[in-house]
Design a protein around this ligand. Sequence first.
Ligand SMILES: CC(C)(COP(=O)(O)OP(=O)(O)OC[C@H]1O[C@@H](n2cnc3c(N)ncnc32)[C@H](O)[C@@H]1OP(=O)(O)O)[C@@H](O)C(=O)NCCC(=O)NCCS
Length: 225
Amino acid sequence: MKGKQTVAMAGLAELVGGGAGSRLLGRVGKVVSALETRGQVAKIGRLVASGQLAIGTHTYGLPTVFVSHPEDRVSIGRYCSIAPGVVFIPGGLHQLGTVSTFPFRMRWGIEVVDSTVRRHGPIIVEDDVWLCMGSTILSGVRIGTGGVVAAGAVVVEDVEPYQIVGGIPARPIGERFDRSTAAALAGSRWWEWPEAEIRRILPLMESGRVVEFLAYVDSRAANDA
Ligand SMILES: CC(C)(COP(=O)(O)OP(=O)(O)OC[C@H]1O[C@@H](n2cnc3c(N)ncnc32)[C@H](O)[C@@H]1OP(=O)(O)O)[C@@H](O)C(=O)NCCC(=O)NCCS
């Protein structure tokens, strides 16, 4: 066992080190990952076209969306950051109280009875949400504006706006702001502003000067009135 581990470690070191074999593996790896990426993009495109997946402007990332029924739905807001390895599972719940969990009809091409598939409802990700690496979001969950899902979390229940959750099942591990600041930020609905305006005040958007930002929101509303 020890010997095998040493060989595996040597192989890894070689790959990182950059011999001829590693260059070939690197090229194969690049082709495979480019194809995988293209496949994932195409799948996301199909889901958007079918209306099962909605993605707001400026949101980036390539999540895996596991859709197993035409009624499965995922809606993602604007300016969301989706890290690699994020998975949405809006349905696909096998029956648990039946003799077997095996989906006989689906696998054997027999008319599928609707009740064999369960889901808790659509997944809704509001705006300005950060889904960290490898997190999984289950059906029926709403992630509030400004929420953060920590790496590796499995989210099984709603996340409050500007709350940080982590773990399996995900539980609150922090708040980005106090409740009233969070409500004021959510109320600003800045993600609906013209992009040119957001670009103009970028240093403020990227700063921790939240009070100043909220004053800007007020002045903006006053100018509109
Ligand atoms: C969400 C995240 C950013 C929080 O980071 P942070 O603010 O530095 O948090 P801290 O390390 O101070 O941890 C705060 C608490 O949460 C816990 N925690 C942190 N990460 C956790 C995780 N992934 N799962 C469960 N608990 C976690 C810590 O143990 C700590 O608990 P304690 O207060 O009881 O000690 C971080 O957990 C994370 O997920 N990082 C990965 C980022 C990523 O995926 N980037 C990819 C590029 S987009």
